[in-house]
Design a protein around this ligand. Structure first.
Ligand code: ZN
Length: 618
């Protein structure tokens, strides 16, 4: 049976100790200059080289060429210390030998001269487990040892080591091994072992090992057992380690950024369906959110060596995710996941907790705690900074302003009764929950919208890739007037396609999520200003104009006919005919609001009223 990797790759010289240069350099300097102490305390996390360094120190002292900072590794002393057969180097585990008798025994053994080496070295592991009585039995010899005795106390918990021990030792603190260093070490081991490992596997191992060399080698050992000629693949490693696939995490975060409940719960379904532990998924999600928080705060985190384990292509996706979610939402999301992880500890239904976590994280508007309010403020602020440098909010619903100096691309609002801009400025209408307060959003001009457009497209992409593809390649922002955005399409077919089914809904939702407010999108099919325009995408304002404003969905579904009203057919089909009267844009056409709708509009505009509910009088 092959020996374990971590035994085979146990360091034999100080140079081979991974990632603890600050300790090994100091020890080597002391050995070189002969300034040795008789008692050392090595503290640090498990599996990061404390015991190995103690053995190397023993070999340095007893090597026939020593004392030397570089033990030869081949002499009788060096080999016997390495194999644990040296009678002059004694390793004791205080966890099982904390008792007084053992320390008395130790004291007696320390009184003997070394049998073959220069020094008797006592390595006492888990030194925090030594009882006060046990240490009292040792005290005398640790305080005034014979010149040939050296003690090395090793512990994971230096604060629990008796003060009497600490005060009599030189304290060296070992640290967790930095990810990049650990990954290089693992790559070296894989080369030595002659196994092929996909480049994305080692970062996983490093993550699981949490900075411990020994743990990382144990994990690698398990993964390599049973690996065939094809080498070790990412898929196999993820499955064996029970980790969450990065793609699932991407799906979860994208859904979160787009506040897409169906998407997020779909990911949970896949996680549970694949037999993965919901706790593990929540842990991995928390880790991802932490990375995103970091990326949001320090965009060049990777160049600064902070996100060593993230592959470059993944980093691109994550940067976009961080920008979309914003600092407040990320931080609040991490809080929610963290709290849920604590809840999951004792529960027998972790899946339930995970689903509740998803619900909570999706709805900052439903919570009134400071973090949730901050998230909503953050969204508003992003919206405001888009409109010229955060223009102050208008105190009252804005009066329709003159059109911006954008190309006078004209379009015909059809489908729903056109919105009566002369009466009410749509900017003043609060859209359900996450939108701006009445009259708040800074007016967007076409430049600001173009600047924000890539982010809008990102949101669209997270919702529907096809819609994104069409918009990305075939549409361009040409004008913004109030809440109306005019898009120029490369051809009528594309404009028509965007007007179909769910595409419009997706775009309008994305606009609301990214910019706040409610929007209308009008299509133009490439004709110069003043010429016929293409079809109009259905407006979301239907909701704000008369239907009861259902609280949760920010955006109402578009009209059923996909945005084409009767009599509009020529527009998309015949964009080149500038004289087609049907295509002319009725800029001044009076809005067709009737009865209750008109009254509501007036109430909104003049008194800032909002519809809370509607009674069916029929
Ligand atoms: Zn030697």
């Amino acid at each position: 049976m092959a020996t374990a990797l971590y035994n085979r790759y146990r360091p034999r010289t100080f140079a081979e100790v991974v990632g603890q240069g600050h300790v090994t350099d100091a020890l080597q300097r002391a050995l070189r200059s002969g300034r040795l102490h008789h008692a050392y305390l090595f503290s640090g996390p498990r599996g990061c080289g404390k015991t190995s360094s103690a053995r190397i120190l023993a070999a340095s002292l007893n090597c026939i060429h020593g004392p030397t900072p570089e033990p030869c590794g081949v002499c009788e002393q060096c080999t016997s210390i390495r194999t644990g057969s040296s009678i002059d180097v004694v390793e004791i585990d205080a966890a099982s030998h904390g008792l007084v008798e053992d320390t008395r025994d130790l004291r007696e053994r320390a009184a003997f001269m070394p049998a073959s080496g220069r020094y008797r070295v006592f390595v006492i592991d888990e030194a925090h487990m030594i009882t006060p009585q046990g240490f009292n039995a040792l005290l005398k010899i640790v305080e005034e040892p014979p010149p040939y005795v050296v003690f090395v106390f090793a512990t994971t918990d230096p604060d629990r080591v008796l003060a009497t021990i600490r005060s009599r030792t030189f304290h060296y603190q070992f640290g967790l091994v930095p990810p990049r260093v650990l990954e290089e070490h693992l790559a070296h081991v894989c080369r030595e072992e002659g196994v092929t490992v996909e480049s994305t596997v080692l970062p996983l191992v490093v993550r699981v090992a949490e900075g411990s060399v020994r743990d990382s080698l144990s994990v690698l050992d398990q993964l390599l057992a049973g690996v065939g000629d094809g080498g070790l693949t990412y898929a196999v490693a993820v499955a064996r380690l029970g980790l969450t696939d990065a793609l699932l995490l991407d799906g979860a975060v994208d859904a979160l950024a787009a506040r897409d409940a169906a998407g997020l719960f779909g990911v949970v379904e896949r996680v549970v369906g694949s037999g993965q532990d919901p706790r593990r998924f929540a842990t991995d999600l928390l880790e991802r959110l932490r990375d995103l928080v970091l990326l949001e705060a320090v965009p060049d985190a990777r160049e600064r060596g902070m996100l060593d384990l993230v592959p470059a292509d993944q980093l691109v996706r994550m940067s976009a995710q961080a920008a979309r979610m914003g600092a407040a939402e990320l931080s609040r999301g991490a809080d929610v996941v963290h709290a849920a992880l604590i809840d999951m500890r004792g529960t027998t239904t972790p899946r339930l907790v995970l689903e509740l976590l998803c619900a909570r994280i999706l709805l900052p508007a439903a919570a009134s705690d400071p973090a949730s309010v901050l998230v909503r403020l953050d969204r508003l602020e992003r919206r405001l900074t888009l409109g010229d440098g955060g223009a102050p909010a208008a105190p009252t619903p804005a009066v329709p302003v003159a059109a911006p100096p954008a190309p006078a691309v004209v379009a015909e609002p059809v489908g729903e009764p056109p919105v009566p801009e002369p009466v009410v400025a749509p900017a003043g209408i609060p859209p359900a929950e996450v939108g701006p307060p009445p009259g708040a959003p800074g007016a967007l001009d076409v430049g600001a919208l173009r600047a924000a457009w890539p982010r809008v497209l990102e949101v669209v992409k997270a919702k529907k890739r096809l819609t994104h593809a069409v918009l990305d390649r075939h549409a361009e922002v040409v004008a913004v007037e109030g809440q109306q955005i005019t898009l120029l399409y490369t051809n009528p077919a594309m404009a028509r396609r965007l007007g179909e089914g769910v595409n419009t809904e997706v775009l309008l939702e994305a606009l609301t999520e990214e910019l706040g407010g409610t929007w209308r999108v009008v299509a133009s099919t490439g004709a110069p200003a003043g010429s016929p325009a293409g079809p109009v995408l259905p407006s979301v304002d239907a909701a704000t104009w008369g239907d009861p404003p259902a609280p949760p969905p920010v955006v109402a579904p578009p009209v059923a006919d996909g945005g084409f009203a009767p009599g509009d057919e020529p527009a998309p089909d015949d964009p080149d005919d500038p004289d087609d009267p049907d295509d002319a844009v009725p800029d001044g056409r009076p809005p067709a609001l009737h009865g209750e709708d008109a009254a509501l509009a007036l109430l909104r505009a003049q008194m800032g009223a909002a519809v809370l509910g509607q009674v069916d009088n029929s």
